[in-house]
Design a protein around this ligand. Structure first.
Ligand code: NAP
Length: 252
């Protein structure tokens, strides 16, 4: 099956590494025009946007700031005049010990919710308002296994942020379908990217491998094709769904 995304403009947040980078590369092979969002990693994002081709361009935004999503979406629309798919992928995974100081715990809680949930919600809001006026569109939210299974003890905020993202995504699917807006969740388990470095440093890689049914740790390239498929429109009647990619570490 050939998937041709030429003429489609797709915003991928957190595209400067890990899963986002793999999503950009996969979308580029289908000729999509990609708005490559990043925050700090400009060198890597610049190379990626150039290699992606098809008029893909860079967009910087610090998504810890509540209104930055509004500006980001406006910048993409100003640059291309259209948006077909929003991929909310940017995220953080902050360890926050429950027996630590409450102000430190709250700082990590607030930062996690701001980047993982509030920014995604603002971008969804801006996108659905645009899609409503322009014939529809698709939203793909990269959540996590943690949304369904729960996470480890020092990651309350992360699990809560991803659970919120699932509820957000399903609400959009239920309420904007008549405006031709489709909304999906992709829920990875552990994936080999920098976001899990701290966890692996503390707990070792073995504990992760024990949870998996497969012999290999999931790589970003194992997640990206699902996003391409969802972006293509071939899965539109699965709107509202959440697709697990967790090597059977949590089967629900
Ligand atoms: N890896 C896993 O095991 C795993 C499992 C389940 C779900 N996920 C989810 O997958 C998504 C991608 O994670 P990843 O594993 O690919 O992690 P990653 O390699 O660390 O990439 C995270 C991305 O988020 C961006 N980001 C972080 N803070 C930001 C901020 N304040 N403003 C804007 N962008 C920000 C980073 O941009 P800069 O580097 O440019 O600052 C980077 O592009 C996340 O939502 C994560 O929760 C990951």
């Amino acid at each position: 099956m050939d998937i041709d995304l030429s003429g489609k403009t797709i915003l991928v947040t957190g595209a400067s590494g890990g899963i986002g980078e793999a999503i950009v590369k996969a979308l580029a092979t289908c000729k999509a025009t990609i708005a490559v969002h990043f925050n700090k990693n400009d060198a890597h994002a610049t190379d990626l946007a150039r290699a992606a081709g098809h008029d893909s361009r860079l967009f910087r935004a610090d998504l810890s700031k509540p209104e930055s999503g509004v500006v980001l979406l406006r910048n993409v629309l100003d640059a291309y005049g259209r948006l077909d798919v929003l991929v909310n992928n940017a995220g953080v995974y902050l360890n926050s010990p429950n027996d630590g100081k409450i102000d430190e715990w709250l700082a990590k809680w607030n930062r996690t919710i701001a980047i993982n949930l509030t920014a995604a919600a603002v971008l969804c809001r801006e996108a659905v308002n645009y899609f409503k006026q322009h014939g529809g569109g698709r939203i793909i939210n990269i959540a996590s296994r943690a949304a369904f299974r729960g996470d480890y003890e020092d990651y309350f905020a992360y699990a809560a942020s991803k659970g919120g993202m699932v509820a957000l995504s399903r609400t959009i699917a239920r309420t904007y379908g008549k405006h031709n807006v489709k909304s999906f969740v992709v829920a990875p388990g552990f994936v080999r990217t920098p976001i899990v470095d701290e966890y692996i440093k503390q707990h070792g890689g073995e504990s992760i491998m024990k949870e998996l049914s497969l012999n290999e740790l999931t790589e970003p390239k194992d997640v990206a094709p699902t996003v391409v498929f969802l972006a293509s429109g071939l899965m539109d009647h699965a709107t509202g769904c959440a697709i697990d990619i967790n090597a059977a570490s949590y089967v629900r």
